[in-house]
Every structure is written in structure tokens, then in C-alpha cells.
Ligand binder design. Structure first.
Ligand code: NAP
Length: 305
């Protein structure tokens, strides 16, 4: 099968190559999915799981990308709950070969059915940002109606999902970003916007929750706008930032079938929009992940036209 492979961590996305690889085999509880649309997260090539297996053994050449929408073509021994021919979408195991390929093997429990009226491109685009936003706001952040939440990077891929989900849940949403992101953040549903280039973050009235995608100094300064006992949730790695009397939770997104189904229900009825920047065929994926100018929104690889 055709796949994008990486062999050199130092090379980053510039080291990606289109190659011929053997088709994957399904183990117990796995399914094989023919990938129709695929995506990857920017930082993935810096994670150890892209380069080794769980025993820290080199597994290159690795196939990156862990977000997909496609069709089940085979079931492993004992696999239940999905059938051959079914449309599915979801997040695959970081330690196994990924979705920038014609076929991928994935545990059935990591996938959810993709309704027939949702395009594969849209299905693949909702997986990572949707699950990340859902888990950050509702599982880790315990956001409730009437609370105030500050969402960093509100015009970005994860942030724009978080803004929409928080609004729908009845929260008051303050987005942040660059000056040029204001209109996009407001269009996704933010009620206020803090321009991190020229507004003073510390002047924001106190919030119950901060959803952080930046880490570093911005995460530290954000702790000061959280009410006593509130929560800072971050997807940018461990941070020293601590709200007064509250919690800081750094997390990595995990697959979740029930949450995927909640997300796709919202996509179908128009409550949730994806933030897609560029769609490219697998043959052009290397160029798509090495753009000559910044692409805003998610890059989707349409593996099958
Ligand atoms: N832990 C997890 O499970 C998890 C899951 C998903 C993503 N992530 C991480 O979350 C981060 C965000 O991902 P994403 O896909 O949402 O990226 P993204 O689409 O690039 O979103 C980031 C947004 O913040 C803006 N921004 C960046 N630096 C800024 C600054 N200094 N001041 C103001 N605005 C700034 C970006 O604007 P420009 O486009 O103009 O730079 C963009 O609008 C990445 O580091 C990603 O790896 C973690």
C-alpha cells in the first residue's frame, strides 16, 4: 500500500516520504480500515511514540497521522461491535503505524460509526480537535452552564472547537489570540476577545476555567485570571502555573467512542463546525505538511478521492 513514512526525527516534516509499505494485519479486537481521509497533529513527530514501540524499540520507518475517517475492511479475531463495510472515524494508537496510508489497523473501541451524511473529510477533521476540546472542557475542566471560560488560541484548530462546545454548554466564552484572529474567534462564538499582542491578559475579569494551548509564560500569566479554586487545563505539556487554591491539569487526548458520537451529532445538526485549512491527496501530502506559507486550519489528506 502507499503510505507516508518518516525515518529521521531530526528532519521533522521535511523528512516525510511517500513509500510502498506492507498492508497491516489485524490482531485481537482490531479492525483494518481503508482510510478515506486522514490528519496529523503538528507536534506528533517530536513525540517518542512516533519513533519507538512500548518497549522503546525503534519502529522506523513509522507512518505518522492518527486521525482518520474510512471504511472497515476486515475484523481481527474476536472483534465485535463493528462490521466490514461500516463507515467509521476515530483516533489510532500513538505507538502503532498511523493513518497517512491507504490502510491502518486500529482497536475497534477507538472508533465510532460515521453517519452516511457526514463527509469523510469532515469526519477526520473533527476527531483530534473535537476530542481534545471535549475532554479539556468537560472531563478535566468540569465546565458547567453559567461559568466563565477563557480559551487560548480561539481561532486555532483546537481553540475554535473549544469555543463552540463551551458556548453550546452555556458558558460565557472569552477567546484569545493575535489581533487578526478577533473576527474568527467571535464568529466561532466567543463573546469577548483578548488580543495577546496588545491587550493586557491580566485585565480580564476572573474566570472559572482557562483552556490553554500555549504553555510557557502565557499559561503562567493565565493562572492569575482564574478565581480562587478554579482550574487551568492545558494541552501544552507540564506547567508550573497554578491557580490560587485550584487545580492545574495537563492532559493528552485519548480515544473515546461516546464522545466521538456526541461530537458528530453536533456536526450533523449544525452546532459544530470544523476548521479545515487545506485538503490534499496522499500523493501531495509531503508538500501539504511542508507549506511555503502558514496554513490556518487543519490540513486533511484525502487518501481516497
Ligand atoms: N495534549 C493534547 O492532547 C493535544 C491535542 C491537540 C493539540 N495539542 C497541541 O495544542 C496546540 C494547539 O494546536 P492547534 O492544532 O489548535 O494549533 P493552531 O491551529 O495553530 O492553533 C493555535 C492558535 O493560536 C495562535 N497563536 C499561536 N501563538 C500565538 C501567540 N504567541 N499569541 C497569540 N496567538 C497565538 C495561532 O495563530 P497563528 O496561526 O497565527 O500562529 C492559532 O490561531 C499545539 O501545540 C498542539 O500540538 C495538544
Amino acid at each position: 500500500m502507499k503510505a507516508i513514512v518518516v525515518t529521521d526525527q531530526a528532519a521533522g516534516t521535511a523528512g516525510m516520504k511517500l513509500a510502498e509499505r506492507p498492508e497491516p494485519q489485524a490482531a485481537i479486537n482490531d479492525v483494518i480500515v481503508q482510510v478515506h481521509a486522514s490528519a496529523m497533529t503538528g507536534d506528533e513527530l517530536s513525540w517518542p511514540s512516533t519513533w519507538t514501540d512500548r518497549h522503546d524499540r525503534d519502529r522506523t520507518p513509522s507512518i505518522p497521522g492518527h486521525e482518520l475517517a474510512g471504511v472497515v475492511t476486515a475484523l481481527g479475531y474476536g472483534t465485535t461491535g463493528l462490521s466490514v463495510g461500516q463507515r467509521v472515524f476515530g483516533l489510532t494508537d500513538w505507538y502503532r503505524d498511523g493513518t497517512l496510508a491507504e490502510y491502518v489497523v486500529v482497536e475497534a473501541r477507538n472508533l465510532a460509526p460515521l453517519p452516511g451524511d457526514v463527509d469523510f473529510t469532515v469526519g477526520s477533521a473533527v476527531v483530534m480537535p473535537g476530542l481534545t476540546a471535549w475532554q479539556g472542557l468537560f472531563e478535566h475542566g468540569r465546565l458547567r452552564a453559567g461559568q466563565r471560560v477563557l480559551i487560548h488560541g480561539a481561532a486555532g484548530i483546537v481553540g475554535s472547537m473549544a469555543v463552540q462546545l463551551a458556548r453550546e454548554a452555556g458558558a460565557y466564552v472569552i477567546g484569545t489570540g493575535r489581533a487578526t484572529h478577533r473576527q474568527t474567534a467571535l464568529t466561532f462564538g466567543a463573546q469577548e476577545f483578548v488580543d495577546l499582542d496588545s491587550d493586557t491578559l491580566e485585565n480580564t475579569a476572573q474566570v472559572d476555567l482557562v483552556f490553554d494551548v500555549f504553555g510557557g509564560d502565557i499559561a503562567k500569566r493565565s493562572a492569575g485570571v482564574i478565581r480562587t479554586g478554579g482550574t487551568l487545563v492545558t494541552v501544552a505539556g507540564p506547567t508550573e502555573a497554578r491557580p490560587d487554591g485550584g487545580l492545574t491539569i495537563d492532559f493528552v487526548v485519548v480515544p473515546d467512542r461516546a464522545q466521538l458520537s456526541e461530537l458528530i451529532r453536533r456536526v450533523r445538526d449544525g452546532r459544530l463546525r470544523t476548521n479545515i485549512g487545506h485538503v490534499s491527496p496522499l500523493e501531495d501530502a509531503v508538500a501539504a505538511f511542508n507549506p511555503t506559507e502558514r496554513v490556518k486550519g487543519k490540513t486533511i489528506i484525502r487518501v481516497r478521492p
